[in-house]
Design a protein around this ligand. Sequence first.
Ligand SMILES: C[S@@+](CC[C@H](N)C(=O)[O-])C[C@H]1O[C@@H](n2cnc3c(N)ncnc32)[C@H](O)[C@@H]1O
Ligand SMILES: [Zn+2]
Length: 380
Amino acid sequence: MFSETEIHEGTTRIIVPEHPTKSIFYNPVMELCRDIDIASIAAFSSSHPNPAQLTYIDALAGTGVRGVRVANEVGLHVTINDRSTPAYELIKRNIALNAVEERATAYKENANVLLLQTNYDLVDIDPFGSPVPFLDAAAQSVKKLLLITATDTAPLCGAHTGGMRNYSARPLNTEYHAEMATRILLGAVTRELARYDKAIQPLLSYASAHFVRLIVRVEKGARKADECIERLGFIAHCFFCGHRFTFPCADMLNLNVPNTCALCGQKLRVAGPLYLHPIKAKEFCEQVHLELGNRELGKKHEALKIVHTCIHELDIPFYYEHHALCKSLKLPPTPLSSLIDALHSNGFSASRTQFSDTAVKTNARIDELKTLVKALSTEL
Ligand SMILES: C[S@@+](CC[C@H](N)C(=O)[O-])C[C@H]1O[C@@H](n2cnc3c(N)ncnc32)[C@H](O)[C@@H]1O
Ligand SMILES: [Zn+2]
């Protein structure tokens, strides 16, 4: 037995362990992620002719907080599953507490077994660490929307080994590690779904200190899956001057890629395969922003900030860390907003990025960026 307490998330009441236990997992820090999920699932379902017919599975549910919230706050039919007996018992009580028995069913199964038995419109995978053990079954089960968390950000971004073992991809430990992790994971998800003739369209992807969260639309069709695979590629990075460029898988296979930096002549390192196309759909994010604004949510302010930045973020892969850039030039940091303004007035595209408050996305090359940073610092 454990001592318990009742908390609120959104408009849902949830019984959670008062202190962390081994058998039931509840992380209050993830309320932000769950608030964004509720708005995203509501935005996604609103385009469906009959949202109440959509089926959703919270395959690794813990207390059941995600699934109960989806039943209570969005009104979908939900399956809420955890293989741990104490978690399963608590899920049943949380369903009853919110009076959503008509729409919510608890299961005590291995998530993979359940996913292989049934196709769900929406599949949510929120594991400890890596989602890899559940990707194959999730790819077979999902019909319309896949939501995935990864908390194993170290192997995904190249800070630890394991990228190749888990994701069949090589990450590089660069300044843009959060986006590296996101695009490596999206690449792995693309390949996994393609095996079942399914294609993805990323609707909203973001990262915080300890996790990456992906929300992707899924479509059936061998041709669509082939087109989706074409969106994978590599990034070549020069650790000497910071220059980088991306290229599609086909160029790698044809050995059509220079191995020295065009700017400084040093050796290039290559990361991938990773997903190089847009990692969000702007219109969808705008709908999520509206949903967030209209709902009662504990982390509304932080959630709005993340989604707002995603809406305005350039769809170009990989950002430059402004502080690292200034440091490499031995200059004091200038305000990021002045750098973005200067890029715009020099004819470049530029934006902030959700991945880092101190970084810029731009189509300017590193040498062009450095010239602008130097010019700005002399104006100080
Ligand atoms: C990170 S927790 C889930 C947290 C929850 N989604 C939330 O938002 O609070 C992962 C859960 O997966 C469960 N789990 C791990 N492996 C499983 C498996 N193969 N099948 C079903 N449940 C599993 C664990 O018991 C644990 O409760
Ligand atoms: Zn270089």
